[in-house]
Ligand binder design. Structure first.
Ligand SMILES: Nc1ncnc2c1ncn2[C@@H]1O[C@H](COP(=O)(O)OP(=O)(O)OP(=O)(O)O)[C@@H](O)[C@H]1O
Ligand SMILES: O=P(O)(O)OC[C@H]1O[C@](O)(CO)[C@@H](O)[C@@H]1O
Ligand SMILES: [Mg+2]
Length: 428
């Protein structure tokens, strides 16, 4: 059970420097006492909830004098639409709005914060970032794999960095938390502010990560093609594998967006292949009734079915999963061959395709908001936090509570109910 103390944001010291942002142009300053309620629902007559996140936004007083600051931006983990928008908007807010003279771009993720493993950082300029939001990927490069927090803090100190922005998923923000703690242990005045990135949408205390909706738009297009293929032949099965190692948000949301899926398989809901309640029997019934079907499977679903499921991990320690998509294609083909029922399975694996596109409009708006608010937080001397979307408001979330485990799809809530209604599948 969270307490208000768990949601307290660490600060580097008393903010005393008047913000150079003109109040009229920037809207209202946000006082540190302003909260966005954790829970916004309550029964009539009951005491309204009081637990709340610190509201993000421009502060009247800053801890850092922007003119004497140096910022650094690092992008880590898998690609995600909007990374370049964040870099661009951070640069403009820091440099043009606040007047921070120098913004460093760290190359190739956390590897670039270690002189032994990464290339030298680059000084970002307006010319360099002007058009990058039209491109997928990250101009800074990214990587997986750990670095020693002490080495990274040495790097930041030797480069005179006071403001560090870490753009990445759960792993990146765990790394950012360690950097913030190490800086604090040494008494180094470095603000560490995370910006949640992942197409998987699996970061705790973050309603929606940037990149998620752009990835869903692409996934929806692929599902539509799979449906066209499936409908064009007798007993066509369109099988689409999507990313989602531990959480099924991509599979669920693209199912809802497409409206054409008959079976959605996610890591949170175990399913069986064989037997009367298994996928194969249900698929057979579906083909008898409608002569075509579309299946969407998240990469982390059904791992218990794979005999060769791997215990290997990637450089960051994330499990390397067995290929549930290829497995299902074989199982479906073999099942119907054994029954002498002709089927035609069309297999789509658009995993990397959906995350390497540039951000769509909704994500571009979210990126601009998150980047701007991250700059406000860092200059006010706040640290060890994530800038996050909560009930459509931007809030500060301590890294200590948002890292360590990922957010998973709650199957008792609306999104999964919508999937069940659209697909007509039973609970799994
Ligand atoms: N627990 C941790 N402590 C410190 N650093 C970590 C931790 N977990 C991951 N990292 C580091 O953070 C960086 C990114 O982590 P990872 O590869 O897991 O991606 P991510 O940020 O979770 O993004 P995504 O999974 O969405 O692609 C890597 O350099 C990794 O070594
Ligand atoms: O192959 P890579 O680059 O390690 O990325 C794959 C992973 O990226 C993610 O989309 C997270 O960014 C996971 O769902 C997926 O397992
Ligand atoms: Mg991750």
């Amino acid at each position: 059970m969270l307490t208000q103390e768990d949601l307290r944001i660490a600060t580097l010291g008393e903010p005393t420097i008047p913000s150079p942002i003109h109040r009229g142009a920037s809207g209202k300053y946000v006082p540190d006492t302003m909260r966005v309620l954790y829970d916004i629902e309550c029964h009539e007559g009951s005491a309204p909830p009081t637990l709340g996140f610190e509201k993000a936004g421009p502060r009247e007083k800053l801890f850092f004098d922007p003119a004497r600051c140096r910022a650094a931006i690092v992008t880590c983990g898998g690609l995600c639409p909007g990374l370049n928008n964040i870099i661009r908007n951070l640069f403009y807010t820091l440099h043009s709005t606040y007047g921070v003279p120098q913004v460093l771009g760290i190359r190739n993720g956390f590897a670039g914060l270690n002189p032994a493993t990464g290339p030298s950082p680059v000084w970002l300029t307006s010319d360099m970032v002007e058009h990058i939001h039209h491109m997928g990927g990250t101009i800074l490069g990214t990587s997986r794999g750990p670095q020693d927090p002490s080495v990274m803090v040495d790097f930041l100190r030797s480069h005179g960095v006071n403001l560090l922005f870490t753009i990445g998923g759960d792993g990146t923000q765990s790394g950012a938390h360690k950097i913030a703690q190490e800086a604090q242990r040494r008494g180094a005045k470095i603000a560490v502010v995370g910006i949640p990135k992942t197409i998987d949408n699996d970061i705790k205390y973050c309603y929606r990560t940037f990149g998620f909706l752009s990835a869903i738009s692409e996934a929806e297009r692929v599902i539509d093609r799979a449906h066209v293929e499936a409908k064009s032949v007798v007993n066509g099965v369109g099988l689409v594998k999507l990313m989602g190692r531990e959480a099924g948000f991509i599979a669920a949301a693209s199912t809802i967006a497409s409206g054409e899926v008959n079976f959605t398989l996610i890591p949170e809901v175990p399913f069986e292949l064989q037997g009367p309640g298994g996928l194969l029997a249900k698929l057979e019934a579906r083909l008898r009734a409608r002569q075509h079907a579309v299946i969407v499977v998240a990469e982390g679903a059904g791992q218990h079915l794979l005999t060769q499921h791997s215990i290997r991990t990637d450089a960051s320690g994330n499990p390397k999963l067995g290929d549930i998509g290829v497995f299902l294609k074989e199982q479906v083909t073999d099942h119907f061959r054994g029954r002498e029922i002709p089927v035609s399975v069309k297999y789509f694996d658009p995993s990397y395709y959906i995350r390497s596109v540039h951000a769509g409009a909704a994500d571009s708006l979210l990126c601009e908001q998150l980047a701007r608010y991250a700059a406000h937080a860092a200059l006010a001397g706040k640290t060890d936090l994530l800038v996050s979307l909560w009930h459509e408001h931007t809030v500060h979330v301590p890294l200590a509570i948002s890292t360590g485990e990922v957010k998973r799809l709650d199957t008792s809530r609306d999104m999964w109910n919508a999937v069940l209604a659209i697909t007509g599948q039973e609970r799994w």
